[in-house]
Design a protein around this ligand. Structure first.
Ligand code: HEM
Length: 177
């Protein structure tokens, strides 16, 4: 089968579709994500608050959320939590089609090409996704029977790492691959 190299950012739906196939994120996983989404959405505020509390613990990640006085800028944190909440809700739909695909690219660029101040280091994007995976695994383990919790974690982990791959695109040189 011939393969046509392309620039991922020029065809995000294809990029996400091919990676989803590669990691085995199929219709059953889509159904699992949607079925277990209420458990995640019910905790959206706690999940996003937990992530930002974590970011504030480390100077290298806290600096993005501090005011000029060096203290946490609560207004900015609220705005960021709101953005993160929107991403959680979109993720819960498990939709990798066009609109959501380009949304992920704009989120990537918001971190990799900040017009002012330092860019968000790429390793913190990876770290944030790891934190999200751990937090969701805990939610599922606490709320669901063991087999369903395992299926939920497996499905969400695949989806979150497909998202992570999209969030990393802004950091990579645009090259057909
Ligand atoms: C799972 C990983 C992450 C997700 C899904 C995420 C999600 C988002 C979203 C949806 C936005 C709004 C983008 C827009 O305006 O369109 C945003 C902005 C932002 N995020 Fe994240 N974020 C992640 C990790 C991080 C990390 C690790 C940091 C820093 C330690 C960070 C710092 C910021 C900052 C500073 C902005 C504002 C960018 C600007 O407009 O200057 N994010 N994020």
């Amino acid at each position: 089968m011939a393969y046509e190299p392309y620039l991922p950012a020029t065809d995000m739906p294809r990029f996400l579709r091919e990676l989803a196939e590669f990691v085995g994120f199929g219709p059953e996983d889509v159904a699992t994500v949607r079925r277990t989404a209420p458990h995640v959405l019910a905790r959206e505020a706690a999940l996003t608050a937990g992530l930002y509390e974590h970011f504030l613990k480390f100077p290298a990640s806290a600096r993005f959320f501090l005011g000029e006085d060096g203290q946490p800028d609560h207004q900015r944190i609220e705005r960021r939590r709101h953005s993160l909440g929107r991403w959680v809700r979109q993720t819960a739909e498990a939709a990798l089609a066009s609109e959501n695909a380009y949304y992920l690219l704009t989120v990537s660029l918001a971190h990799s090409h900040r017009p002012q101040g330092p860019i968000v280091p790429v390793h913190f994007m990876v770290g944030a996704m790891s934190l999200t995976q751990s937090a969701l695994a805990e939610v599922f383990a606490a709320e669901l029977p063991a087999a369903e919790a395992l299926a939920a974690s497996a499905a969400w982990n695949k989806l979150l790492l497909v998202h992570l791959a999209a969030l990393l695109l802004g950091y990579l040189p645009p090259r057909a691959s």
